[in-house]
Design a protein around this ligand. Structure first.
Ligand code: ZN
Length: 402
């Protein structure tokens, strides 16, 4: 009986003689998928096990340089997109290095944690987004695939190491990708990633007792935004952006000749994208000193732009520091945000002629000296009560803006 007929028969058995209106549709569709996949898995398993062409003689060269002997066909269960597959494969064992291998596993990409390539891809997709445990649940619920939490963890770690290795290798003398637009922008950012307790056991963090719950992942993005929306605002060019991220430090000693780990990553990504060759180069950041320091060290010719979200956030903090909770704060902040928006428009227009030749971390070069001066509170005499440390906080916020 062919697969199609068998599936139709299973459907009939599932539906039985019930009226369609009374069906528990979810139960039926889930059961139907399970049955159809089970039948397909059985057909595939049989086809693969009937084929013994992976036996290629009593001996095979081993990767260690020695020779491995044929030791019969070995059975192993793999989790596939269709469910479990029990596969019999020719097995070769090398006495010299005391390890064995199956040529078929290598040929079909089955040598990763008993997962088939399809399930490995699903696992990588979920593990990149949620925890290992949540990945296991999602794979079960969405794909009907059974992968243990430990398998998710091992697969994610191995793939991560592989990606990291490739990222390090893929840079030679010339950029792999030519600049795709006249202006390229390079953004850097960092964010705290929640960690399992054992991963941060010996780290100092921001918790009250000095412990850490997160580690900072740093990200570099490179892309272009030549396209405009209906209102003429720049929008990200589809497919133009690339990302590279890691939990790496951006700090080095002033006396060190080596780049920090993260700065080296930024440089590799810039090299890969030929960022240096773009007519105009822009570095975007949230105002953190490490971003401007890294940018000034690697791309002194680039224009540094504080992103609008953080500019507004810093202005908001500054307004509240000066005026407290009074309504004056809102008025002052709004006026500065409006001004900043105007500066942004002006800045976008005039960027062709303006590049940052000022001191490291100087964002005002982008906005222009006079614009920066406009941001100084013009009516400081209104501030009647200044809390202790007021000016140092203003100065700190100001330095984040400037
Ligand atoms: Zn060997």
């Amino acid at each position: 009986m062919d697969l199609q007929k068998e599936i139709i028969q299973e459907m009939e058995a599932l539906l039985g003689r019930h009226s369609i209106a009374d069906l528990d549709f979810e139960a039926v569709e889930m059961a139907a998928r399970r049955q159809a996949l089970r039948l397909a898995a059985r057909a595939l398993q049989q086809r693969l096990n009937d084929d013994t062409s992976d036996y290629v003689g009593p001996e095979l060269p081993c990767s260690c340089g020695s020779t491995a002997q044929y030791r019969g066909r070995h059975q192993k269960t793999f989790e596939s997109v269709l469910g479990p597959l029990q596969l019999n494969r020719a097995y070769y064992y090398d006495e010299h290095c005391q390890s064995g291998f199956c040529p078929r596993d290598q040929a079909l990409g089955l040598d990763s944690f008993s997962l088939t390539p399809g399930v490995l891809r699903m696992t990588a997709s979920t593990a990149a987004l949620v925890s290992f445990e949540e990945s296991r649940e999602l794979l079960h619920d969405l794909a009907g695939v059974e992968v243990s939490t430990k398998q998710v963890e091992r697969a994610a770690k191995a793939l991560g190491a592989e990606i990291a290795g490739e990222e390090q290798q893929q840079v030679d003398g010339t950029g792999e990708l030519a600049p795709t637009a006249p202006t390229m922008d390079l953004g850097m950012d960092g964010t705290g990633v929640p960690m399992r307790a054992q991963e941060v056991a010996d780290r100092i963090g921001k918790q009250a007792d000095g412990s850490a719950k997160t580690r900072e992942a740093k990200l570099v993005t490179i892309g272009t935004a030549e396209a405009r929306d209906k209102e003429g605002k720049p929008v990200r060019d589809a497919g133009s952006i690339t990302y590279s991220a890691a939990m790496e430090s951006a700090a080095t000693l002033d006396t060190s000749h080596e780049l920090s780990e993260f700065a080296a990553r930024v440089q590799r990504e810039a090299q890969r994208r030929s960022f240096h060759e773009a007519q105009r180069q822009v570095v975007l950041g949230d105002g953190s000193p490490w971003i401007w320091n890294t940018a000034s060290e690697l791309f002194p010719q680039a224009t540094q732009i504080l992103d609008r979200f953080h500019a507004k956030e810093h202005l908001g903090e500054l307004g509240k520091t000066i005026y407290g909770d009074s309504s004056d704060a809102g008025v002052w902040i709004q006026a500065r945000c409006d001004l900043r928006a105007a500066c942004n428009r002006w800045c976008t227009r005039s960027m062709t002629t303006r590049t940052n030749t000022h001191k490291p971390g100087n964002v005002s070069a982008t906005f222009g000296r006079t614009d920066a001066a406009c941001l100084i509170p013009s009516s400081t005499n209104k501030v009647s009560v200044r809390p202790r440390g007021w000016w140092s906080r203003v100065a700190k916020l100001w330095s984040a803006l400037d």
